[in-house]
Design a protein around this ligand. Structure first.
Ligand code: GRG
Length: 305
């Protein structure tokens, strides 16, 4: 076995453990499936607990561990909340009005399983419940300014200046001629990057990062988010388990403009690698060296090699 294969296996094993831990935390905050609202609660659990990597809560926790972790008690609320926001975005992204996908994470999408109206409502409910969950952190750590800053950051990065903003420009871009690289970068930065930035910055804030350390983490996260999206675009062409639910190369066949359209396959790979290298340099400058975080970031950038 090559050295790279051994390293990949180690990261995957460690990642599996962290994924289970994150799922344990998320499950604690799930609403009980009962009463007249049972169906929506089932749909929320279905969307949230179907097998995903839980990267955002894991990145959050690992970023907190790069600091002196001044408020670990608020962390689980935000870990669960960010995954709820991610899950809602996937549910809505799969709806007929958006990507119209029938499979996600190897299973029927939420609207395919529960119907379109329930798909819309389950997404709405997960978004609302995410903030209900994050706001509960005030009850345990309400005097901590880092908690207040984290709540504002979460709202902003998930909203019109973040993920939703990126999705809006993406949807509108389907109807315009001549997508340019600047617009595509803007879409990626917001649609994919904003939630990764929120995850890592909230982790840093709750770990006790100061303003300049927070900026360093935000810069690293932006690079990781873009590298992650580039890898996703590469996977859409080369095919992998991540494309489950989408025909291999479908974006290319549908003439959807992706990062690969501008940079070519090799250029895209090179860009993802250099973004990752820069992000690792940023992370290496934080007070505590977090080997797993560094390994994870490097692994994400080479997951289709
Ligand atoms: C509907 C407001 C709204 C936003 C949708 C997340 C998103 C924005 C769209 C999904 C489409 C897409 C390919 C986005 C790129 C980001 C990405 C690769 C998401 C998938 O994240 P993973 O790989 O998924 O972490 P799992 O299933 O592991 O959680």
């Amino acid at each position: 076995m090559t050295q790279k294969a051994v390293r990949d296996m180690d990261v995957r094993r460690e990642l599996e453990e962290r994924t289970l831990e994150a799922e344990g935390i998320i499950r604690r905050f799930l609403p009980r499936e009962e009463g007249y609202q049972k169906t929506i609660m089932e749909a929320m659990s279905y969307a949230l607990m179907s097998p995903g990597k839980r990267l955002r809560p894991i990145l959050m926790r690992e970023c907190a561990a790069c600091f002196d972790q001044t408020s670990p008690q608020a962390l689980p609320f935000f870990m669960a909340a960010i995954e709820m926001i991610h899950a809602y975005s996937l549910v809505h992204d799969d709806l007929p009005a958006m990507d119209n996908d029938l499979l996600r994470r190897g299973k029927p999408t939420t609207h395919a399983r529960f119907g379109e109206a329930m798909g819309v409502l389950a997404g709405d409910a997960l978004l609302n419940y995410a903030f209900e969950t994050a706001l509960q952190s005030l009850e345990t750590d309400g005097t901590n300014p880092a908690v207040h800053k984290s709540l504002i950051l979460l709202a902003r990065k998930a909203g019109i200046y973040g993920m939703i903003g990126g999705q809006v420009v993406d949807v509108e871009s389907e109807h315009i001629q001549g997508m340019d690289k600047h617009r595509l970068d803007f879409i990626h930065e917001l649609k994919t990057g904003a939630l990764i930035e929120a995850a890592m910055c909230i982790g840093a804030l709750l770990g006790g990062a100061d303003e300049s350390q927070l900026l360093t983490v935000e810069q690293a996260a932006a690079k990781i988010g873009l590298a992650f999206q580039i890898e996703d675009d590469i996977l859409d062409i080369t095919g992998d388990e991540k494309t489950i639910g989408k025909p291999v190369g479908s974006d290319e066949r549908n003439h959807k403009v992706t990062y690969v359209t501008f940079a070519g396959l090799e250029g895209a790979r090179r860009d993802a690698e250099s973004l990752t290298r820069e992000a690792l340099e940023n992370l290496a400058s934080l007070p505590r060296k977090n080997d797993f975080l560094m390994e994870l970031v490097a692994y994400l950038a080479r997951r289709n090699r």
